[in-house]
Design a protein around this ligand. Structure first.
Ligand code: A3D
Length: 320
């Protein structure tokens, strides 16, 4: 049986890391696409040359021609621009929306059966636009944010409690922005919810609140340190976890920006929710019960996403 084909649209910092991870995990053959001439070709060759020492079997190809993504099983989209210090993700909307149009058309023409994972910011609005531009089924187009935001939350919690990150579970829902919703009640250490750990004296409510805020600011913290772009190792790892769940039909329960129609009282909105990812793409949106405060945070986040979607419609008439 032929190896799966993974197309990476955008061969920048995240794209290159995705290619390396996909090859090392032998998820399939990798095609790196970018408009910058030489970049995808150079990265593909460089990563291929790491194969003998690493011992992986995967073919890598760099290209500036959409025809080369033909028949891809998975497309991961990072094309566009990242933010610089002082910028919010929303500042990228105008420029990245145009990029989503060309990417959506390229995928629709050459890889209409792919599972598409968008990473380009502002995430929730870009994945919504990408689904519209590509016309692919909504269950096959999703955005990566919740896995990364939850991983950041898990990392900070593991430091606070001095326990293995493996034993910390966390759910961060809502839009991928300042209004994201880290759910402490549904986040645990080996099944013990965070509010119980506060009662047990493992941490204080103030310290937990500070960790929640650090999670919300997690992207900006890295941007502030790097100064030349945004995070790429953890974002790439998170998207690979989602791609693997699809390719291996793992039925993983992962938070991601999914098309929500019915759950959470939403009608066709893309926002971060818990999902099941398997061979059918987003096979299920899990409609968890939120308490009053959580629902208020979620509503605020959904409103922020809706505002960005309206801004997209204002820029591109075809989205109306
Ligand atoms: P960067 O290293 O600049 O790579 C972007 C690549 O896109 C560059 O190589 C460009 O040449 C290429 N590109 C630009 N326009 C097009 C086009 N029309 N078609 C194909 N390729 C194009 O950025 P990066 O890899 O660091 O980040 C990529 C995106 O991910 C940015 O929008 C970031 O804001 C976003 N990002 C999202 C998260 C989430 O958690 C959602 C995290 C980190 C970064």
């Amino acid at each position: 049986m032929a190896r799966p084909k993974i197309a990476l649209i955008g061969a920048g910092q995240i794209g290159g890391t995705l290619a390396h991870l996909a090859a090392m995990k032998e998820l399939g053959d990798v095609v790196l696409f970018d408009i910058a001439e030489g970049t995808p070709q150079g990265k593909a060759l460089d990563i291929a040359e790491s194969g003998p020492a690493e011992g992986f079997d995967a073919a890598l190809k760099g290209t500036n021609d959409y025809a080369d993504i033909a028949g891809a099983d998975v497309c991961i989209v990072t094309a566009g621009v990242p933010r610089k210090p002082g910028m919010s993700r929303d500042d990228l909307l105008g420029i990245n929306l145009k990029v989503m149009k060309s990417v959506g058309e390229g995928i629709a023409k050459h890889a209409p059966d792919a599972f598409v994972i968008c990473i380009t910011n502002p995430l929730d609005a870009m994945v919504w636009a990408l689904q519209k531009f590509s016309g692919l089924p909504a269950a096959k187009v999703c955005g990566m944010a919740g896995v990364l935001d939850s991983a950041r939350f898990r990392h900070f919690l593991s430091l606070e409690f001095d326990v293995s990150m493996k034993d910390v579970t966390a759910f961060v829902l809502g839009g991928h922005g300042d209004t994201m919703v880290p759910l402490t009640r549904y986040s645990t250490v080996a099944g013990i919810p965070l509010p119980d750990l506060v009662k047990m004296g493992w941490t204080t409510q103030d310290r937990l609140d500070a960790i929640v805020q650090r999670t919300r600011d997690g992207g900006a913290e890295i941007v502030g340190l790097l100064k030349t772009g945004s995070a790429f190792y953890a974002p790439a790892t998170a998207a690979i976890e989602m791609a693997e769940a699809y390719l291996k039909d793992q039925k993983r329960v992962l938070p991601c920006a999914a098309h929500v129609d019915g759950a959470y009282g939403l009608k066709g909105t893309y926002v971060g929710v818990p999902t099941v990812i398997g061979a059918g793409g987003i096979e299920k949106v899990i409609d968890i019960k939120l308490d009053k405060d959580e629902q208020a945070m979620m509503d605020k986040s959904i409103e922020a996403v809706k505002g960005l979607v309206e801004a997209c419609k204002g820029i591109d008439n075809s989205l109306n």
